[in-house]
Design a protein around this ligand. Sequence first.
Ligand SMILES: *Cc1c(COP(=O)(O)O)cnc(C)c1O
Length: 583
Amino acid sequence: MISELRLVISKKKNMNKSNINIESLVRDNIRKLVPYSTARNESKLKNALFMDANESPFNTGYNRYPKPVNYELKREAARSINSALKPKGKEGLDGQNSLHGAGENVFKEVSAENVFVGNGSDEAIDLLFRVFCVPGVDNVVSIAPTYGMYRVAAAINNVEYRECALNANYSLDVETLLAVIDKNSKLVFLCSPNNPTGNLLSKESIINVAENFNGIVVVDEAYIDFSGDSGFTPYLFKYNNLVVLRTMSKSRGMAAIRVGFAYANPTIISFMEKVKYPYNLNKVSQELATKSLKEDNLSRVKVIIQERERLGCELSKLECVQKVYRSDSNFLLVKIDNPLEKIEALKSKGVVVRDRSTVPGCEECIRVSIGKKDENNLLLSILKGEEVEGYNNYIELSRITKETSVNLKIFKTGRGITNINTGVGFLDHMLELFSVHSGINIDIDVTGDLRVDAHHTIEDTALVLGEGINKLYGQLKGYNRYGFVLPMDESQATAVIDLGGRFGFEWDVKFASAFTGDFPTQMYSHFFSSLATAGKFTLHLKANGENDHHIAEALFKAFARAVRVALSNEIREYELPSSKGVI
Ligand SMILES: *Cc1c(COP(=O)(O)O)cnc(C)c1O
């Protein structure tokens, strides 16, 4: 049997192992497997009348089965790797995106045949088990602590899971790992940057494993984009037993579509494809993944890295924090006094973090994903024991009509957490101003029938927001009730408000043009009167100026300021600042 011809493990370093016999590692039944085939694929026809798959002939946009293998997506996945690797001086994250280490003659661009596209990289992990591991006989080896899915996939496939504990500083000791391997070891999982420890494993250690293991070395690079390192795809052509996993779930912000990639030599890829479900990836995910890969994600990655460093620094100043581990990922592993208490305190304020304190090697640790700045600040405030309104303290409203669906959350105090998406760009911009100037943080998602016009979207947004404001002041005690703004230099808008439970509306504003951006100007009075109706408040608005965009902005700012004053119970805050020390 071919499997008996497998080489005995050799610990000789730097031997060139570019020719492991992959086929001999594959399970017999998989090697012999005749994969599911479709008539459509066999026909090789593209635009034919397909009467082969018992689909519906009526076009819903989704009546046909998706592509079993999407080559455009594979090419994009290959291109994204190659373009990140192209030497570009200091342009990369920190200039490390070069081909160093793989050897000059080693680097070739990866192409579509090196790519497997899975329903999340979790699918790729499971398929590697199914392709290579004989249940009840073979085993896999992994580091500890690490990503939990390897163990789960092993258990599901009835494959023994062996562990090699990382050193105290979470580095990998290759000798220890190789000692765990025996002749039935088929896969080694190396997660780098590692989850939950956050650190990259050293290049040398991974190469050392690839060179000294006669099985498949899986390097899971789910977090590589946050590390500034170029990862292991350049080594695919040197070590044919390497599989590099990447995902759209982390740096690309596409966790919901479930797309992950395995990069490897074409033999491994073809076996994974033989075993996968014929239509493992739905059409919507295929399209969204292709689109996302065409955009670069550097700016978002940069923000996360900055916040990671800032949050790490702030956390390490807290008395309860014993240690913040160095992270090459988008999360922090934090060793903290009484972790379970901290987790409860966070939970009571609506913040969920990952308890890792029961994981050997991560005693007393929690794992925190890096959020946006305000979210990280909220986490810090809670850990500091400050009095803050929790994330769970909000008013939630929704309105679903034939034309629109509006979902709104109003957070009770100003945290700057806002997500505004109405589908009307100009309205989004105005609501952002409203949020900033009123100190009311809103999270609003609107899906409206914009193909006809923006009318329903604008009206329903106003009605829901108005109702939200009504609820908000309904829950307050001792607020000012009346709000007003003094004319602001540039704005020339005045808003006066009475949050007293009675509707009233006065409008003295003229626009010169029909539209501001995608917002019809005649909808402004309708927007504000709907708001006042639903909010049960009296609102008088006055504005003039030359530029419609500025008038609109001034209106929203003035309104927001009036609301802020009315909701406040601390009038002194809004007194004119003293000129003392200025003059
Ligand atoms: C999040 C994560 C993944 C991603 O899995 P998907 O199935 O692609 O969402 C893979 N590996 C590790 C180590 C992870 O933490």
